[in-house]
Design a protein around this ligand. Sequence first.
Ligand code: 2P0
Length: 338
Amino acid sequence: EQSEKWVLMVTAQTPTNIAVIKYWGKRDENLILAINDSISVTLDPAHLCTTTTIAVSPSFNQDRMWLNGKEISLAGGRYQSCLREIRARASDVEDEKKGIKITKNDWQNLHVHVASYNNFPTAAGLASSAAGFACLVFSLAKLMNVQEDNGRLSAIARQGSGSACRSLYGGFVKWVMGKEENGSDSIAVPLVDEKHWDELVIIIAVVSSRQKETSSTSGMRETVETSALIEHRAKEVVPKRIIQMEEAIQNRDFPTFAQLTCADSNQFHAVCMDTSPPIFYMNDTSHRQVAYTFDAGPNAVMISRNRKAATLMLQRLLFHFPPNSDTDLNSYVIGDKS
Ligand code: 2P0
C-alpha cells in the first residue's frame, strides 16, 4: 500500500535560441506549422534560460503552473496540447527508495505542479516562449519517463510555441516545416553541435525589457493575412537562404553567414512593415556592427566571429552606451554559443 503523501519531482534547464533565418507565419495555427523552414543558434544555458521544476503527487487535484513565481492559467490550448501529448506517451516509473510505483495508466489521472523561472525578461522579444515550452516538454517527458528522442519531443514543444522546437538541441538547429497535415514531420533537426563553431560570440544588447506590444502569434497572423511580400519571402527567398546558410555554417564561413543573417533580419522586419497595420519591432537605439539580427522586439543580437571582435565591439558599445546612462540601452547579455 503506498502512502498518498508522496511527491516526485524533476528539474530541467533549457536555453533559448536566436533565429538567423527567421520563422514568421503559420499555415496551421492549432498545430503550429510554419510557412518556411528556419535556422537558429542555441545559446549557452548559463545566460538566457528557463529552469522548470515539475512535481507530481496524488494529493494534487489539478494541473497548476507558476511563471516567475506568479500563477498562470494552463487552460490555453498550447499548454493543454503539450500536457496531452506527453501524458499519452507516459510509461511506468518506479522509485524503490521512496516506495513509489506509477503505471502508464496512473499518469492519466495524476496532476502536476509546474514552477518555471526565466533568467531574462519574459516576452520582450527574447524568445522566452522558446526556452519555456522546450523546458516544459522536456521536464514533463523526463518526469513521465517518455521514451522518445528529441526530434519527436520537438514536435510536441512546437505545439507550445513554434520556436520552442529548436531549443531541444544545442548548436545550430533547423526547424523543418514539413509537409504532413498532422505536423508529424514538422520537427527540429540538429545541423552542427555547439563545438563546431565555438569561436562565435553572441552579444545581446537589451535596448528595452518592456513587454512588446505585438505578440508574435497575432503579428504573424496579420502578416500572413495582409502582407503581399510574405508569400514571396516564404516560397522564393527563404528556401534558397536555408541552403546557403547550412553551407556557410558547415564551412564556418563568417562573411556569408553574416550577410545572410543580416539580410534575413532585414527582410523579416520588412514584411512586418508590409503588414497592415504595420508592425514596428525596432526602436531608434537598434542598429549596427558585425552580424546582427533582431527578433520580435527591439533588442539587438550581435554575433561576432571571435572573442577579439566581441571584445572590441563590447568596448564600443560600453563607450557609446555606458550602463545606467540616460539612454535606455542599459544591459548586455553576453553568451558563448553552446
Ligand atoms: C524566430 N520569432 O524564428 C522568429 C523570429 C520572432 C521573430 O519565433 O506563435 O513565439 O508561439 O509559434 O515562436 C517568435 O514566435 O510564436 C519567433 P508562436 P513564437 O525565432
